[in-house]
Each structure stands twice: as structure tokens, then as C-alpha cells.
Design a binder for this molecule. Structure first.
Ligand code: ACO
Ligand code: HSE
Length: 485
């Protein structure tokens, strides 16, 4: 079944389970013998009532430590000395679950854009529940929690399986249905990939992926994840520092870009040009003005007369992304986002009520949620707006609504750790930890807790060491044995 690949190699200590078969809702296709990757922290309690499922966002993986590390640990939201924390990798992602990449590595060489089926948020949730119940022996969830795409999964868990399975729900910066605005950004990003000549309808060599298109898609996406104000404050009209330029050069380039053939040199220069390269190019242009590439180089030189800090940031982020993500997977997982609508009937069924009044069906769906729910919105989120979070909180009967006051935009749910941790921990622990994780540093380096008391960091470190030991045991223990069914 599963074989490691260059993307799964980026994730430490995850497990794989082989799912015998599942029927996808988009085309009724039965997929067989496919992998789901997951990672766990902590132990299942004897009563099996301490499970928290955390769902990752668009380009995340099952490794919560990697993207929500500050929320994971003793006395934090995801306290693995208390809870059994599980994150399952979404299908379509390159980090281990069924995806265009896993299919390629499974020997299905012809899996390109047209051949990989649409995998929906609902498919994820149904398959993940099978793994939770049948492999990990989990009868219900103390909580399911997710931000952005992860929030869509969390909402679908609640919608499909109700309060008997989902005891508590936490949704951050997400939506009850993917908006026209978000669908349009997804489409613009996919078009950037389609227009890369290396895309080849998705049938590219995995070592020669459409890097330029994928980088452009990520750069576009990043702009929607932050806010105008955060960019203005962070970069203003500053020029890129020499460190920033060097950082771009030292980044590991995908093989396609290393090869740098003359036909794509200009495109690569656009993405990768730096001060160092610019100077070399200028010299070359003067001394070899008749060379076949001189026109490209010269126009590139003019173009890069100034390199703004904001530009080098985007380019660096593009480079970083193509080194860790696959273009077909990006298409698949953005299509998954587009599929999200809590109210829509299962494909391909029609629901006359939905056709007539989708809003009413959606509101009715949310009103049927019985579990305590925490909705967290980001004040400056232009993608999953505050009004969408308000809509969730307004119609889910037993809900609380918190706003993160950040100018970082949508990605604040991954950046504003203290505030996000505080809200989730309070909700989950029902006030159990009065000392609070939120603390501030004093000038002398000591810490003061949220309640004004000193924070005993040594005590925390002791608890942490014990927890690390538990993780090691857990990785080789009950969860580690279960790699198949
Ligand atoms: C194995 C895996 O990778 S699994 C998946 C990991 N990713 C995820 O889970 C997805 C969720 N995470 C994210 O989307 C992002 O990581 C975020 C939003 C949380 C934070 O993004 P980051 O890239 O870490 O932070 P930020 O946007 O501040 O960028 C910082 C980087 O840009 C560089 N940078 C900052 N300014 C500039 C500039 N002007 N020019 C060039 N580079 C710059 C920094 O040096 C830093 O580089 P580094 O990543 O090599 O340390
Ligand atoms: N920046 C995050 C969140 C997107 O919603 C990601 O890349 O997954």
C-alpha cells in the first residue's frame, strides 16, 4: 500500500492506515486499498472519552506540531497529558493520504489533473471517521477542532454525525459554505498552474512539476491570507535586503529550475532573480551582448532594477512552497474547498428544498447542531469574513463567538497563538486551568501569568518531559501497531 515519497518524508512520526474501500460521493467511484496518514499525541483514556480531533488547513499536514505547535503541550489547548490528540491528513494532500501523489507512487503513472477524482470535505470526514472507529477504537470525540479548511471538516463532522459523536465543536476562520469570492480565488490559482507549460494536464514528471505556476498560485493565495495593512506595515516600499535576496538564492530550487534551459530562463529569472544574479546578468549582458539569451537577460535586468521587499517575500514564499507541495494536489485540495456547502445534497442527488431555498436549508442544518460550539473569527479576515463567522454563531444554538483582534488577516488563526490558545483552552477546559497559558515576559526575563501570578517555568518543563516520554511510548505503542486493517 503506502510508500514513502518526498512529501511524506517531510513529516516526522506519522502513521499510515490502509483503507480497503470507499465510494467517493463526486462520481460514485470506488477507491480501494488507499492510504490515510495520521499522527497522534497522548493516550486514549480507559473510558475512551478524551479524544480531540484537530483538522488541518489547506496545505497543512497531520503534524499539528508543525503549524499549531504552541497550542500543543501540557497546560495548553491540546494537552496530551490529558487528551488523546489525533490529526488525520486530508485526501488530496501530498502528505500521506490518498492523493494524486500517492497514486503515482502506487504505480498509477497516468494520474493527472483529469484522472484524479474530486474528493470532497464530506469524503474526508467519512473516511476519517472509519479510521477513528475501526482502527483507533474511538467511539466519540470530546471535541473536533479546525481552522479554515479544517473548520469545514469540523462542521461536516458535526453535521453528518451529530452530538452523539461530536461532543464539542471549535471552528476558526471557516464557513458553512465556500463563498463565491473564495471559489474565485481558488480558480485564479488553479489557472496559474494550468497555464504553466510544464503542467501537461497534470501528467508532469514528479521531479519536474509546474513550479512557476504553483509558485504563482501560492503567492496569490498568500495575499488572500494576510491583509493590506499587514503588508503595508511589514514591507512598506522598502527594497529587499541583501539577506532577503541571498535567502532566495540559497533556497533549494526544484529540479526544473535548476536545469535552467534557455527556453524557460526568463520565467525562472522572474521568479528567482536576486541582487547577486542581477549583477552577474548585467556583466554577462555587456560582455556577451550577442549571445542568444542576452535579450532575456537584459529585459530581466531592467525589470529587476528595483526589488521590493514585498516582492522578495512573495517569491521566497513561492519557492518554499514548490519545494514542499505538489501542483496536482494543490488543484485537488482547492477543489475540495469549493465542494464545501453544509446544506448541499449528496452528489448527484437533487433536493428540491435546497434548489428552492439553499439559505433556509443551511440555517436549518446549523440549527440542528446540539453540541457546545466555539466559533472564532479574525477581525481582518477578507477570505472567511467575520460576517460568515457571525452567521455560524447566530444559527448554531449552543455557541459562543470570539473575535481575534489581529491585522494579520485570515492566517491569524495560525499566527495569533496566545489569543487562539486562550479561547480554545478555556472552552475545552471549562475554566479548569485558572493559571492560563497567556503570559507576558517581565523585563527581568521572568514570566507573569494571565491571573497575575508568577509562572513556574521549571514545573512546566518537568511536565513537558513526562509528556515527551508519553509521546514516544504512544508512537511505538497502541497507535503505532495499527498500520492496517
Ligand atoms: C512539512 C511541511 O511543510 S507541512 C506544512 C506546513 N505548513 C502548513 O502547515 C500550512 C500552514 N502554515 C502557513 O501557511 C504558514 O507557515 C504560516 C502562515 C503559519 C506562517 O508562514 P511563514 O512562512 O512561516 O511566516 P512568514 O509569512 O512570516 O514568512 C517567514 C519567512 O519569510 C522570510 N521573509 C520574510 N520577509 C522576507 C522578505 N522581504 N524577502 C524574502 N524573504 C522574507 C523569512 O525569513 C522567513 O523565512 P523562513 O520560513 O525560511 O524562516
Ligand atoms: N496558510 C494556511 C491556511 C490557508 O487557509 C495554509 O496554507 O494551509
Amino acid at each position: 500500500m503506502h510508500s514513502q515519497n518526498k512529501y511524506t518524508n517531510l513529516i516526522n512520526g506519522q502513521h499510515y492506515v490502509n483503507v480497503p474501500s470507499y465510494t467517493l460521493e463526486s462520481n460514485n467511484k470506488v477507491i480501494s486499498n488507499f492510504p490515510i496518514a495520521y499522527k497522534t499525541w497522548g493516550k486514549l483514556s480507559p473510558a475512551k472519552d478524551n479524544v480531540i480531533v484537530v483538522c488541518h488547513a489547506l496545505t497543512g499536514s497531520a503534524d499539528i506540531q508543525d503549524w499549531w505547535g504552541p497550542l500543543l503541550g501540557p497546560k495548553k489547548s491540546f494537552d496530551y497529558t490529558k487528551y488523546f490528540i489525533i490529526c488525520l491528513n486530508s485526501m488530496g494532500s501530498p502528505y500521506g493520504s490518498y492523493s494524486p501523489v500517492s497514486e503515482r507512487y502506487h504505480g498509477n503513472e497516468n494520474v493527472g489533473d483529469y484522472d484524479f477524482p474530486v474528493v470532497t470535505v464530506r469524503d474526508d470526514v467519512r473516511v476519517h471517521k472509519m479510521v477513528l472507529e475501526q482502527v483507533l477504537g474511538v467511539p466519540s470525540l470530546k471535541a473536533v477542532i479546525g481552522g479554515s479548511m479544517g473548520g469545514m471538516l469540523a462542521l461536516e463532522y458535526a453535521s453528518l454525525f451529530g452530538e452523539s459523536f461530536v461532543k464539542n465543536l471549535v471552528v476558526l476562520a471557516s464557513s458553512s459554505r465556500h463563498s463565491a469570492w473564495c471559489i474565485s480565488w481558488s480558480e485564479a490559482q488553479r489557472q496559474a498552474i494550468y497555464s504553466d507549460p510544464y503542467f501537461k494536464d497534470g501528467l508532469y514528471d514528479l521531479e519536474e512539476q509546474p513550479a512557476q505556476g504553483l509558485a504563482a498560485a501560492r503567492m496569490t493565495a498568500l495575499l488572500t491570507y494576510r491583509s493590506r495593512n499587514s503588508f503595508e506595515q511589514r514591507f512598506s516600499r522598502r527594497e529587499a535586503s541583501s539577506e532577503a535576496r541571498l535567502k532566495m538564492v540559497s533556497t533549494k530550487r526544484p529540479r526544473q529550475q535548476q536545469q535552467q534551459d534557455q527556453n524557460n530562463k526568463l520565467t525562472n529569472d522572474r521568479l528567482l532573480s536576486s541582487d547577486v544574479e542581477f549583477k552577474q546578468v548585467s556583466t554577462d549582458t555587456k560582455t556577451h551582448s550577442s549571445s542568444s539569451s542576452s535579450n532575456n537577460e537584459s529585459s530581466s535586468s531592467k525589470r529587476e532594477d528595483k526589488l521590493f521587499s514585498a516582492q522578495s517575500y512573495l517569491r521566497y514564499q513561492g519557492l518554499k512552497f514548490v519545494a514542499r507541495f505538489d501542483a496536482n494536489c494543490y488543484i485537488s485540495i482547492t477543489q475540495k474547498l469549493d465542494s464545501h456547502d453544509l446544506a448541499r445534497p449528496a452528489y448527484p442527488l437533487a433536493n428540491p428544498l435546497y434548489e428552492a431555498n439553499p439559505d433556509a436549508v443551511l440555517i436549518n442544518t446549523l440549527q440542528n447542531f446540539k453540541m457546545p460550539t466555539l466559533v472564532i473569527g479574525i477581525e481582518s479576515d477578507g477570505l472567511f469574513t467575520i460576517s460568515e463567522q457571525e452567521f455560524l454563531a447566530k444559527h448554531i444554538p449552543n455557541s459562543q463567538f470570539k473575535v481575534v483582534k489581529s491585522m494579520e488577516g485570515h492566517d491569524a488563526f495560525l499566527l495569533e497563538f496566545v489569543e487562539v490558545n486562550g479561547y480554545i483552552k478555556t472552552f475545552l477546559n471549562e475554566g479548569e486551568y485558572q493559571d492560563g497559558y497567556a503570559f507576558e515576559a517581565r523585563g527581568d526575563g521572568s514570566l507573569i501569568g494571565g491571573n497575575g501570578d508568577d509562572v513556574d517555568i521549571d514545573e512546566d518543563v518537568g511536565v513537558f518531559k513526562e509528556a515527551i516520554q508519553e509521546i514516544k511510548e504512544s508512537l511505538a505503542g497502541e497507535a503505532g501497531d495499527v498500520t492496517d486493517w
